[in-house]
Design a protein around this ligand. Structure first.
Ligand code: BGC
Length: 736
């Protein structure tokens, strides 16, 4: 945005604020969920009638979950035509991984390490949402998490703050574009501020315990990246931090976000999180909750009815300074101006565009591309993959194989149920082999709607026999196993991460008669698949890849696309290892130096993961060599060039995510054993070698101290390079 436009917006907001009543300003800070059929008759009683009347009185600044041009226009019309000042609503929606045409779940996208593709995916989502009348997404979710028991890991970018920050920037850029006033861009919202990914024991809505060093170095960097990318909004979180709910946490929202980082967008509460401060035992009633939240810097209230019902009273009593209300309203109105809503409140309401954009061939092609890039090849013994294209008897097994709903993943409110291409359907497009399908076992029984609890099949083994019979004389068996799409997401924490239900039994029964198994996993979080990893020759992590899942999986299995994904989250050997993450601390007793038991380890299981962060194979192989640094002694202002050769030593063209890690050997606050600080997605033809250069500056070599100040301490660093966090090359440098 030009300086002039910014100034004009400031002036417009100021003059609007001048003529607004206290109640109208508070109204801007109030968000309601979609309610009655807004295109039908107006509601006459109950909560819905209150919401309707409040919009007419100018006491609502935003609505969420209203969608579709018809509905958005109806509700916008009330705000614009029936209220005293005609201030347009900002319409929010959870556009998490696509709108109607779905991309892979965000964790899967993160596995691509392909920032361009991720940005494109967010821009496709934005264009569809915008065409449906929406101006604002509650995304990206930038919560770093080390606990796969927590169901919402599917929504984030995994365990690493560096990768997470890069992906955050890409997603914010994708949603917001270069110009927010365009019809195909929407405001983004980095959430949940902050610490939600550290829910104790992976249990949803739980408290968190985060030390300052972890807060500053692991939890906050992706939020900072979002602010640096000019994200327009942030959402606070359901958890507390240091005993203070995030929604009422001044340290987070005012001291860090608004004062230190200079964020000038607005903060929205999470759903009813202002009210939930009462349940936390922090506020005694809604009145006090409203006071605490607004003082702490929460600008908009999602569905607590706290601001709309309590704030004016608090200001009149002199308990809340009206300046805080002015500040919040100013922030919200500014975003509305930036979106162009004051120029044309119906600018997102264009039926022709809605029809043309949503579900277009172009969007389907984009999500297919993203889906292929998100797949991670975990194992491929004896080059079982790619599959031959003809002349083979292939048996496909697993209830999830012909499922066109689960693969859409969680958080797909606007998409149609059963609108995905199933894996079986994708495989059937390759007609050269003889394909047989047997269910073997369903994952779920009963309803799978978003709000319903899933019932997992833990008893029905009646179809296993039939599947085993069909597998017996197949050349290859493709087994599609994993979690149902609704087993992850909000409020879907699990204490076991094995294959749910009777799927393990099915897998072992088939293995008894045929060992030529390709296991395709479809799931929303790391699973504990020790047995499979030991026994099954080929394993493909296919997550939940959205609308085009089946086509993407089939193209990878048949070698029309060579997989290049790398895990954004560690796969544990068992639940007891959690939290397990690559960037852990060294501890005082890292190795068994004295040949006794007193060192940091488990006595029953190795401390290493099953699959480490950054890991993923290809149909070809890569070799790293000749690691060099431009010089070994550096000054703080120098840029360090790290070079190495990457060779494709196999028989296929392919892509490799070359990764650079550092370790600060001694520091005033101990540093992790490894920290990702650079990566490049490199394409190489068979036999080709490329010289790769990655750069390090003080940005990458410094860290946050326990006061949250960024420091660069001279000393020795190790540098590591390789194709996963278990790197192959290393060298040392000294920073003077
Ligand atoms: C979630 C948010 C979401 C909001 C609105 C809450 O339950 O935590 O991430 O944006 O609902 O749907």
């Amino acid at each position: 945005m030009s300086k002039d436009t910014k100034k004009t917006i400031e002036e417009k907001v100021d003059s609007l604020l001048n003529i607004m009543t206290l109640e109208e300003k508070i109204g801007q800070m109030n968000q309601y969920n979609g309610f009655w059929d807004v295109t039908g008759p107006s509601p006459k009683s109950g909560n819905e009638a209150k919401k309707y009347e409040d919009i007419k009185k100018g006491l609502v600044g935003s609505m969420l979950t209203v969608r579709g041009v018809d509905q958005v226009r109806s509700v916008q019309k009330i705000a614009v035509e029936d209220t005293r000042l005609g201030i347009p609503l900002i319409i929010g929606f959870d556009v998490i991984h696509g709108y109607k045409t779905l991309s892979p779940i965000p964790l899967a996208e993160a596995a691509s390490w392909d920032l361009e593709a991720i940005e494109k995916s967010a821009s496709v989502a934005a264009s569809e949402a915008a065409a449906s009348g929406i101006n604002w997404t509650f995304g990206p979710n930038v919560d770093v998490s080390r606990d796969p028991r927590w169901g919402r890991v599917m929504e984030g970018a995994g365990e690493d703050p560096f990768l997470g920050s890069k992906i955050t920037t890409a997603r914010v850029k994708g949603f917001q574009g270069d110009d927010l006033s365009q019809v195909n861009t929407i405001a983004a919202c980095a959430k949940h501020f902050a610490g939600y990914g550290f829910s104790e024991a992976g249990k949803e809505y739980n408290t968190v315990s985060i030390d300052r060093s972890t807060l500053y170095n692991v939890v906050l960097p992706p939020f900072k990246a979002a602010v640096d990318a000019d994200v327009k909004t942030l959402m606070n979180s359901f958890n507390e931090l240091d005993g203070i709910p995030a929604t009422g946490n001044k340290f987070l929202q005012r001291d860090i976000l608004k004062d230190k980082w200079g964020f000038n967008g607005f903060v929205i509460s999470d759903w009813a999180s202002i009210k939930e401060m009462i349940s936390w035992g922090h506020a005694k009633d809604l009145n006090q909750a409203a006071e605490l939240a607004v003082e702490a810097g929460c600008d908009m209230d999602m569905e607590s009815y706290a601001y709309v019902d309590e704030l004016a009273k608090l200001v009149k009593k002199g308990k809340v300074d009206e300046k805080l209300i002015d500040d919040a309203a100013r922030r919200i109105l500014t975003v509305k101006y930036e979106l162009g809503l004051f120029d044309d409140p119906y600018k997102y309401c264009n039926e022709a565009l809605e029809k043309a954009v949503i579900g277009s061939d172009e969007n389907r092609a984009a999500v297919l591309d993203m889906a292929k890039k998100s797949i991670v090849l975990l194992k491929n013994e004896n080059q079982l993959l790619p599959l031959p294209k003809e002349g083979k008897k292939i048996t496909v097994i697993g209830g999830l194989a012909n499922d066109d709903n689960s693969i859409l993943g969680s958080w797909r409110i606007a998409s149609d149920d059963h609108s995905g291409v199933s894996i079986l359907e994708g495989l059937q497009k390759y007609t050269g082999n003889q394909l047989t399908f047997k269910k073997g076992a369903d994952v779920t029984v009963g309803k799978t709607a978003f709000t319903e609890e899933l019932t997992i099949n833990t008893t029905d083994t009646s179809e296993i026999k039939d599947a085993v019979l069909a597998a017996k004389d197949a050349d290859i068996v493709v087994m599609v196993l994993g979690e149902h799409g609704f087993q992850t997401g909000e409020a879907r924490s699990r204490t076991e991460l094995d294959l749910p239900g009777v799927q393990q039994e099915l897998l072992e029964a088939v293995y008894e008669v045929n060992k030529n198994i390709v296991l395709v996993l479809t799931n929303g979080r790391p699973l504990t698949i020790n047995w499979a990893s030991e026994n099954i020759p080929a394993i493909v992590e296919a997550w939940q890849l959205g609308t085009e899942t089946g086509n993407a999986v089939a193209q990878v299995l048949y070698g029309d696309y060579n997989p290049s994904g790398k895990l954004p989250m560690t796969f544990p050997r068992n639940i007891g290892q959690i939290p397990i993450y690559y960037n852990h601390k060294q501890t005082g007793r890292p190795v068994n130096a004295d040949n006794n038991v007193f060192w940091s380890h488990y006595s029953d299981v190795a401390s290493t993961p099953l699959y480490p962060f950054g890991y993923g194979l290809s149909y070809t192989t890569f070799e790293y060599s000749n690691l060099n640094v431009s010089k070994t002694n550096f000054n703080v202002e120098d840029t360090i060039e790290v070079t190495f050769n990457l060779k494709n030593t196999g028989n296929y063209a392919g892509k490799e995510v070359a990764q650079l890690y550092i370790r600060d050997l001694f520091a005033s606050v101990t540093r992790p054993v490894k920290e990702l600080k650079g990566f490049e997605l490199v394409s190489l033809n068979a036999g080709e070698t490329k010289k790769i250069t990655l750069k390090l500056t003080k940005e990458e070599l410094g860290f946050y101290d326990n006061n949250g100040d960024f420091v660069i301490e001279p000393g020795d660093f190790k540098l590591f390079v390789g194709g996963s966090s278990e790197t192959s090359l290393e060298t040392e440098i000294t920073l003077n």
